[in-house]
Design a protein around this ligand. Structure first.
Ligand code: IMP
Length: 429
């Protein structure tokens, strides 16, 4: 089974909900026919799961095309890289027999996550207003990027510049750690020694990836831009402040890779058959009952990065339509419908009401979103095992009704349906 990607196609594959939609599986699947897969934002807060041949791998930084020898994987300028996590991951894929020589490129412009970013992430994200971050240093690293004091991959290649920038940063962070939070200071020299080591390891991968990608476009290569997290966690368009610190939305694919918007010719939104959210923030269709527990258990809804239980709820068409609008999604990939197979009935939220009035838009403001009442359509459950189904026509009538209801309410065609974790458990519609 393969999904045909036209020559010269540049497609964005992104999460259209609050993350964990199954992007890793879809990107891995499409990579069979792609030339290049690019990660464009986020960092090791992501956990993209890829399963094939009875094995499961969780990727945090490496693009999900890494298991296909035909694919060059690019970590774009928009990603924040934790060198420790990256080196561990490179070792993990190498020990799985993957040859990455000449197949992994890292942008010289990507920013680095430093030990103080991880420390500050945990210190900041506490108390009543906490966001429930992954604690991977993502927010503080982007803060430094935008404060124009961040350290980039290219800085690793020049010992003198790296030492100067690191010293300045660590001294400033030590002031905060000691004087405001009363914690122990970081050892500047130890961190410098550690990061100088990364220079030797990372050197062979570092390049001007924007130039590489634009040349690849001229050469009619097939390029997939892989988003991390989901559109509703977008720093600009998500449910701020309960968001991540980057742009998972389609616009981020351009700024985070150096591929101009005019060269992107398709956006695939990956959606799960239900909704999940990790961490804090409003979630109108959340199920705090036995159905929510059933979905969590059947769907293994525990964070791939942190192991935290995910909050589970019904599919929310209102948020989905918003996501389709801000991303220009033209195709949907629907994952995990098998998780719903035992339910008698399945609900999808088709509108919101607030004080008895129907809302026209998805309110991103958490105060407003937490006040909406979801209005549901109830569909029949199919109550059949889907694991051995290989074509759309074989799906039970009720499962087709579910798929078609999503298409009807969103106005977007579902091209890929995933019925299990394995690469093979996929229906192309
Ligand atoms: P951060 O990205 O670690 O700063 O976390 C900010 C918010 O985004 C928290 O609610 C996290 O749980 C959520 N988040 C970050 N990465 C992911 C992901 O890959 N999947 C789902 N939620 C995520």
């Amino acid at each position: 089974m393969s999904f045909k990607i036209p020559d010269g196609a540049v497609w964005v594959i992104l999460g259209a909900q609050w993350g964990d939609e199954g992007k890793g599986k879809i990107v891995d699947l499409l990579s069979e026919n792609a030339d290049i897969v690019v990660r464009y934002q986020g960092g090791s807060n992501a956990g993209h799961t890829v399963s094939f041949d009875g094995k499961t791998y969780i990727l945090h930084l490496l693009p999900s095309g890494i298991f296909h020898q035909n694919v060059t994987c690019v970590i774009g300028n928009g990603v924040v890289i934790d060198p420790i996590a990256l080196m561990d991951e490179i070792e993990m894929v190498k020990s799985a027999g993957v040859d990455i020589k000449g197949r992994l490129l890292i942008s010289h412009n990507a920013h680095l996550i430093m030990p103080y970013h991880k420390l500050l992430d945990k210190i900041y994200d506490q108390g009543e207003d906490k966001i429930g971050t992954t604690g991977r240093g993502i927010g503080p690293a982007y803060v430094d990027k935008y404060a124009r004091v961040g350290i980039k991959v290219v800085d690793l290649l020049d010992r003198e510049i790296l030492c100067r920038k690191l010293r300045k940063n660590i001294e400033a962070k030590n002031e905060i750690l000691e004087k405001i939070y009363g914690t122990t200071k970081l050892d500047v020299e130890k961190i410098i020694d550690e990061y100088i080591e990364f220079d030797k390891k990372i050197d062979e991968f570092v390049t001007d990836t924007a130039l590489y990608l634009n040349n690849a476009i001229k050469g009619k290569k097939k390029i997939l831009l892989e988003g991390a997290q989901g559109a509703l966690l977008d720093i600009d368009h998500g449910t701020y402040p309960f968001v991540t610190s980057s742009n998972p939305t389609a616009g981020g694919a351009s700024t985070g890779s150096g591929i101009p918007p005019t060269k992107i010719n398709g956006v695939i939104g990956v959606i799960k058959a239900y909704t999940t959210r990790v961490g804090e923030g409003p979630f109108p269709t959340e199920l705090k009952d036995e159905i929510g527990d059933h979905i969590r258990e059947k769907g293994f809804e525990f964070g791939a990065t942190t192991g935290r239980p995910r909050r589970c709820g019904w599919l929310d068409i209102v948020s989905l339509k918003y996501s389709i609008m801000i991303n220009g999604i033209d195709k949907l990939a629907l994952t995990k419908i098998d998780v719903l197979s035992e339910l008698d009935e399945i609900k999808i939220c088709v509108s919101y009401e607030i004080n008895g009035k129907k809302l026209k838009n998805f309110p991103t403001n958490p105060e407003a979103l937490s006040k909406v009442t979801p209005i549901y359509e109830t569909l029949r459950g199919w109550k059949k095992d889907l694991s051995n189904i290989s074509s759309y026509s074989e799906l039970p009538a009720e499962a087709k009704e579910f798929v078609e209801a999503i298409e009807f309410f969103t106005g977007i065609e579902i091209s890929i349906i995933s019925i299990g974790a394995d690469r093979k458990q996929t229906i192309l519609k």
